[in-house]
Write a protein that binds this ligand. Structure first.
Ligand code: SF4
Ligand code: ZN
Length: 339
């Protein structure tokens, strides 16, 4: 198949067009779409200090490099959360650091062990031993959200960029809608902010309308260092996998479905004003983070985790295997929401 723009050999066929593009025209297509989206949705101001959350995977690495390119005059800083997952996050953070250093960007690595006294591996072990009902991604997501916001504030950021792509967003929209989580559903979108509390650093998603497979190819052809080996050992039981499968099947049968979903959502968004959590938002009385209750979920979890002892003697590999067994729930192994 040849590129529809120049006739050279194509490297990708975008089924929703359909468009066949060579490397040069694919790069242009991808970058042009991100630039256009960023501008249309006014994700950044010229004076913003921009923090980028970088896990080291393809999405966050592409977001970091493109934001640096699109906003050349803004101050940009990087934040990586090290959950403490041996053989996974440590490798991904090595890739994140290569990008920070190549771009000459100041960065901060937040270690969960230093913040709450346990790594995610220890939390998985405690979950197993105490028969807690939460799965690992629930803890991980709550802590990541808190410490990203805290680090962004500490670094003086006006915006916090995350690498969520089109697939992540459509999966999350379906998850929240199908599970009757309307407050969360209403607070989604390419720019998540609150008018009420300045403590919340607005989150922006420049890859909001970039399909996952294109983000992966873009990272590869640009040669950005990124982690793409085995997925997180604790991702197997994530509910997201159900929605990922469903969306992949829809997209295969009806190319363009993912774009239609976010277009519908963006049209509906103004009608959702008032449904979001905004009304209940307050500051946690223990840590000062944003919360919908007087004590935030992260503080509730932290207290429980600190109180539970860890049985010594298990190796990280044994814990990883245990986490996998605990969270399998008979689901096929697919990538989790590993950022
Ligand atoms: Fe955390 Fe992601 Fe692993 Fe879940 S899949 S435990 S959210 S790193
Ligand atoms: Zn708190």
């Amino acid at each position: 198949m040849n590129c529809e723009r120049c006739g050279k050999e194509s490297i990708i066929r975008l089924t929703y067009g359909p468009h066949s593009l060579c490397q040069e025209h694919f790069e242009y297509h991808f970058e042009h779409r991100v630039r256009g989206f960023t501008r249309t949705h006014r994700l950044f101001d010229d004076t913003d200090t921009i923090a980028v959350a970088v896990s080291g995977g393809k999405d966050s690495v592409v977001a970091l490099n493109l934001v640096r390119k699109i906003m050349p005059r803004n101050t940009i800083v990087g934040i990586s959360i090290d959950e403490g997952i041996d053989g996974y996050r440590n490798l991904a953070i090595t890739e994140a650091v290569k990008n920070y250093e190549q771009l000459g960007i100041e960065y901060k690595i937040v270690k969960l062990k230093e913040e709450i006294g346990s790594t995610m591996q220890e939390i998985v072990q405690k979950t197993h031993e105490n028969k807690w009902k939460e799965n690992s991604c629930t803890f991980c997501g709550v802590f990541r959200r808190k410490y990203l916001n805290a680090a962004a504030r500490e670094m003086g950021a006006d915006k916090l960029v995350t690498g969520h792509n089109l697939d992540d967003e459509t999966q999350s929209l379906c998850m929240n809608f199908f599970n009757d989580r309307m407050e969360k559903f209403a607070r989604m979108g390419p720019k998540v902010e609150t008018r009420k509390l300045k403590e919340w650093v607005p989150r922006v998603k420049p890859l909001y309308n970039s399909p996952e497979e294109e983000v992966e190819l873009f990272a590869q052809v640009k040669g950005y260092p990124h982690y793409s080996d085995a997925c997180c050992p604790f991702s197997h039981g994530a509910d997201r996998n159900i929605y990922r499968r469903m969306m992949d099947e829809m997209e295969m049968k009806k190319p363009g479905t993912r774009f239609s979903i976010i277009r519908s959502y963006l049209k509906m968004k103004p009608l959702l004003e008032g449904i979001g959590e905004e009304g209940n938002l307050q500051l946690c009385h223990r840590c000062g983070d944003l919360s919908s209750q007087s004590t935030c979920q992260a503080c509730v979890y932290e207290e429980r985790i600190r109180a539970a002892p860890t049985a010594p003697g298990m190796t990280p590999l044994q814990i990883n295997a245990m986490g996998k067994k605990d969270t399998m729930k008979g689901l096929p192994i697919l990538n989790g929401n590993g950022r």
